[in-house]
Design a protein around this ligand. Structure first.
Ligand code: CP3
Length: 356
């Protein structure tokens, strides 16, 4: 079936009026779902990503449980470093690990960006399969990591409290850092265009490591690449006569980035839970859709406290130009019933005209 363009989420992203606020959850397909853990006990994380039938099945798991307004393709941002030739393993309990983190002398050895669409064709296959299974019910979100966020993992080799090894490159080796960020940008552009070609109806770029940067570092090493990704992806889609889909940018922890991002061509800006909705709105102005920002830990509360938190969040953001979500990925020990409460509360409260 042809994908619809009048879905709640797409309308909110484009700034059109909606009769209720759309909602999805970052990491909605993940370890808090017993059916995900069951699949994960049988297969390695990246094997799932590389097997379109499995990636599709897991993408649909949360959608079958909850009336979510979007599905997000099951994959990981680190498939780009893999496609460029780096080894990444997913260590249960620890997260992603690069056995050989990027060294200065390795930058020149990375593959060309042009290999990315071929190497990651399994993601495009998973998207085609999933769009087909969704039969136009809700849109499918495609995604990628932003260049600085990818660089941080590639240099650091794993998660970090400071990302000081990766940041040291920005100060000690700025020229080489820019070369690496440029390669990641080119790769990401081809990857995102391929996802739309396969059927993704909206794209999210995760700048999850924005929070480690200073405003100056953000302006120099993150913003230009985020901007180039948005502008070039949209231009290429236009040239290829593909739908020019809305794009979301999520600069986690980057309050300092919100005002600058509001001047880019991203349609939606994601915010985490450390900012008041009204402050986020005043920083981005009236012409961007905001997405977020419930504290993932709010889902540990009982039904009444989740509902109260949702009510406050909706009051803060209002109902137009807004997509409800958590302020970051859901934690693995959250009770799935709390997600049901969250999604229902967003829909119910936001469709009551008098309340907000
Ligand atoms: O449901 C969805 O949101 C789609 C799938 C998705 C995953 N990762 C699956 C995943 C998405 C959109 C991502 C994005 C991603 N991956 C980001 C950006 C968002 C964010 O969280 O900031 C980042 C930084 C990564 C890299 C990554 N992958 C980390 C740091 C970790 C470890 C942290 C954790 O949550 O465990 C992962 C692991 C990961 N990615 C899991 C899943 C379901 C759990 C791993 C497992 O099953 O063993």
């Amino acid at each position: 079936m042809a994908p619809k363009s009048n879905h709640l989420l797409l309308k909110a992203a484009r700034g059109e009026e909606v009769d209720k606020v759309p909602v999805w959850v970052m990491r909605q397909a993940g370890r808090y779902l017993p059916e995900f853990r069951e699949e994960r006990s049988k297969s390695d994380f990246f094997t799932i990503c590389q097997t379109p039938e499995l990636a599709c099945k897991i993408t649909l798991q949360p959608v079958e449980r909850f009336p979510l307004d979007a599905a997000i393709i099951f994959s990981d941002i680190l498939v780009i470093p893999q496609a460029l030739g780096m080894e990444v393993i997913m260590q249960p309990g620890e997260g992603p690990v690069f056995p050989n983190p990027l060294k200065i002398s390795d930058v020149a050895k990375l593959s060309e960006a042009s290999v990315v669409p071929d190497v990651l064709s399994y993601v495009f296959d998973a998207i085609r399969l999933t769009v087909d299974k969704l039969s136009g019910r809700i849109p499918l979100i495609g995604f990628a990591g932003a260049p600085w966020t990818l660089m941080a993992y590639m240099v650091e080799g794993k998660g970090s409290k400071t990302f000081s090894a990766a940041k040291s490159w920005l100060y000690k080796h700025p020229v080489l850092s820019h070369q690496l960020l440029e390669r990641l940008t080119e790769s990401t552009i081809l990857y995102l265009v391929g996802q739309v070609q396969a059927g993704a109806q909206i794209l999210q770029v995760f700048e999850s490591n924005a929070e480690y940067l200073t405003p100056d570092l953000f302006r120099t090493f993150a913003l230009p690449y985020l901007q180039k990704i948005c502008d070039t992806v949209k231009q290429k889609l236009k040239d290829m006569e593909l739908p020019v889909v809305p794009m979301i940018v999520f600069p986690k922890g980057g309050h300092f980035a919100l005002s600058a991002l509001s001047k880019t061509n991203y349609d939606v800006i994601g915010v985490d839970w450390t900012i008041e909705p009204s402050v986020a709105r005043s920083l981005v102005g009236p012409n961007k859709t905001l997405q977020g920002n419930l504290d993932p830990c709010a889902l540990y509360g009982d039904k009444a406290s989740i509902e109260e938190a949702v009510r406050r969040m909706l009051e803060g953001f209002g109902r137009s130009r807004y997509i409800a979500n958590l302020g970051h990925g859901i934690y693995p020990d959250v009770n799935p019933d709390s997600v049901a409460t969250f999604v229902d509360a967003v829909h119910r409260f936001s469709s009551q005209p008098a309340t907000i």
